[in-house]
Write a protein that binds this ligand. Structure first.
Ligand code: ASP
Length: 435
């Protein structure tokens, strides 16, 4: 029998996970059973993916940059990448503002629901506010200081420090370009082999993906808040989802215009990474799979993907920025505030920066939202309004974050003449077998 393509296997795992959890909620012991015996497998799966992230960035970036041969092609690619990332983020925020201003979800929240939500989630929201406060205490150039680690081993010891590891790897790669070829060869070969091993580890982890997402989704369902709350926040959630869907359309259009690849080709290639992003809510955890899909299935040269994707996973979060714009304006609407055009333009700027600063982990976008609210003078207590549905929306926005990185990597690759035919067209050709 022909094996199902990976994205169908993952989708099946997700659906079965949800059904299993819905059945289990009928038993008094069901939620505990899932928490004790099913969820751990989801956690192990995410941990295995995260385990790969730092070594992958290190190996792929050093190999990718040293392959470039000269600094000018690196800076050309770097500038293109950053500009495209910022532009797509600005488009995303603008779409978010457009959608939330049209649907006006905040006006469907009555005062009773508002007070109820503030009461129920005020504590949790306060925690996010405190987290944000810690970040705010720093000076204006703190982000720049944070980019340069004082010790590479301590930087590499936390997935939150990915930008620092990226900095080190780029720096190391530049050093490698600048030393004589004869001396550089062994180091390059080492990282080449190291990179291959890591990619093989990703393949192996992905064999467990359908089971991993089964466990993750089952755990999410039993931990989800009541359906009533979803209904109250339905219009807000809908606004975010509509915005995110429009953004997918933007990517498909950009990919078509700039690379002449069909939407189906793009979506087929990236689908497993999207489903993992949805299940894990973390672009960082999804990065190894994004890299492998983009390189093997979308035809992006490794020299480009190994540079563009790790940077994208940490700074390019279009889904997050769109969500932040919708959330900020929704809260303003719910509190009966009118925002001037100037403030809305300011939201575009702050949401763009806030998404760049958001870590690629679950819930990070909400912490950074505090900055956007603060700028626009919107009550931070409003965070409590959106708390209940933040996790499902986090899952959706992470899909967009990952899709955006993949689309930009194709565009940058095309502009560098480094977009070719995919190495692998079918999952079965690649995974269980050795390359
Ligand atoms: N979970 C998102 C990501 O990892 C960040 C966020 O919006 O919270 O891409």
């Amino acid at each position: 029998m022909k094996k199902l393509a990976l994205h169908w296997q993952i989708l099946l795992g997700m659906v079965l996970g949800v059904i299993f959890a819905l059945i289990m909620t009928n038993f008094t012991w069901g939620a505990d059973f899932i928490g004790d015996w099913v969820k751990p497998f989801g956690t192990i799966f995410i941990n295995a993916l995260k385990l790969i992230a730092i070594p992958l960035i290190l190996a792929a970036l050093i190999k990718g940059i040293s392959d470039l041969k000269d600094i000018s092609s690196l800076s050309k690619m770097g500038i293109r990448t950053i500009i495209t990332y910022v532009l797509t983020t600005v488009i995303a925020v603008s779409i978010g503002i457009g959608v939330v201003s049209t649907i006006k979800p905040g006006t469907s929240i009555n005062e009773d629901t508002r007070n109820e939500l503030v009461e129920a989630y005020g504590g949790d929201a306060e925690q996010k506010r405190q987290d944000a406060l810690k970040q705010k205490e720093a000076g204006p150039l703190q982000a720049l200081i944070d980019l340069v680690p004082e010790n590479i081993f301590s930087a590499a010891s936390s997935n939150r420090n990915m930008l620092q590891v990226i900095f080190f790897s780029v720096f190391f790669g530049i050093g490698l370009i600048l030393i004589p070829e004869k001396k550089a060869r062994t180091v390059k070969e080492f990282f080449d082999g190291f990179n291959e091993v890591i990619l093989k580890m990703v393949d192996l982890i992905m064999l467990a993906a359908p089971y991993g997402v089964f466990a993750l989704l089952a755990a999410l369902v039993v931990e989800a808040p009541s359906a009533d709350l979803f209904a109250a926040l339905g219009m807000y959630a809908l606004s975010v989802v509509v915005g995110l869907t429009l953004m997918i359309g933007v990517y498909l259009l950009l990919v078509k215009i700039f690379t002449n690849k069909s939407p189906l080709f793009f979506l087929n290639g990236i689908a497993p990474a999207q489903l993992l992003a949805f299940s894990t809510s973390s672009s960082a955890a999804t990065l190894p799979v994004t890299m492998e899909r983009v390189t093997e299935h979308l035809g992006v040269d490794e020299k480009v993907s190994s540079f563009v994707l790790p940077i994208g996973a940490t700074i390019n979060m279009d889904g997050t920025s769109l969500y932040q714009a919708v959330a900020a304006i929704f809260i303003a609407q719910a509190f009966g505030m009118d925002l001037t055009v100037g403030t809305q333009l300011g939201i575009i700027a702050t949401a763009t920066l806030a998404s760049i600063g958001s870590a690629a982990v679950p819930g990070a976008g909400m912490v950074m939202l505090v900055g956007v609210l603060g700028y626009a003078g919107i009550p931070e207590a409003g965070l409590a309004l959106i708390f209940a549905v933040d996790r499902p929306l986090d899952m959706c926005r992470t899909v967009i974050n990952v899709t955006g990185d993949a689309a930009v990597s194709m565009m940058v690759a095309k502009s560098q003449g480094k977009l070719g035919e995919p190495k692998v067209k079918d999952w079965d050709d690649h995974y269980p077998k050795k390359k």
